[in-house]
Design a protein around this ligand. Structure first.
Ligand code: ZN
Length: 138
């Protein structure tokens, strides 16, 4: 419940931050001719606020990982409560596909109920479209 709420907040966090900075821009623009000092103060405050907004995003990500880890250790998807299975990651044999730039994890926890995949750290893993995950043959 808390995880899903946090996930929802984190999903819209970037748009809320963008809206906040757009609002600050319009405020600074409105004050340019009326009170130029206020525009400078809003500009400098926005630069400091950017650091705070970035730290808030990092905190949300850390909390999401911390909340996802216990249920992933029990083999349960933190989002839909279905079973997660450990899947080895292998690169596709298709020569037309380029190898991924980002480092590829050795294994991911793949949910059986929804298309989500997670890393051991609790972070959701987004599949690179340049390669496919193949199920382990065991
Ligand atoms: Zn799931």
């Amino acid at each position: 419940m808390i995880y899903r709420l946090l996930r929802m907040v984190r999903g819209s966090y970037g748009f809320v931050a963008l809206g906040l900075f757009a609002l600050l821009f319009l405020t600074a623009l409105a004050f340019v001719f009326l009170l130029p000092v206020a525009s400078v103060v809003v500009l400098l405050g926005s630069i400091l606020l950017l650091v705070a907004v970035w730290l808030g995003g990092e905190l949300l990500g850390w909390l999401e990982r911390v909340l996802a880890r216990p249920s992933l250790r029990r083999g349960i998807c933190p989002t839909c409560r279905s079973e997660v299975v450990r899947t080895e990651v292998t690169l596709s044999d298709d020569p037309s596909l380029q190898p991924p730039i980002d480092p590829v994890p050795k294994a991911v926890l793949q949910c059986t109920g929804c298309p989500r995949m997670f890393l051991e750290s609790g972070e959701e893993y987004h599949l690179d479209p340049d390669f496919r995950i193949q199920a382990a043959h065991a």
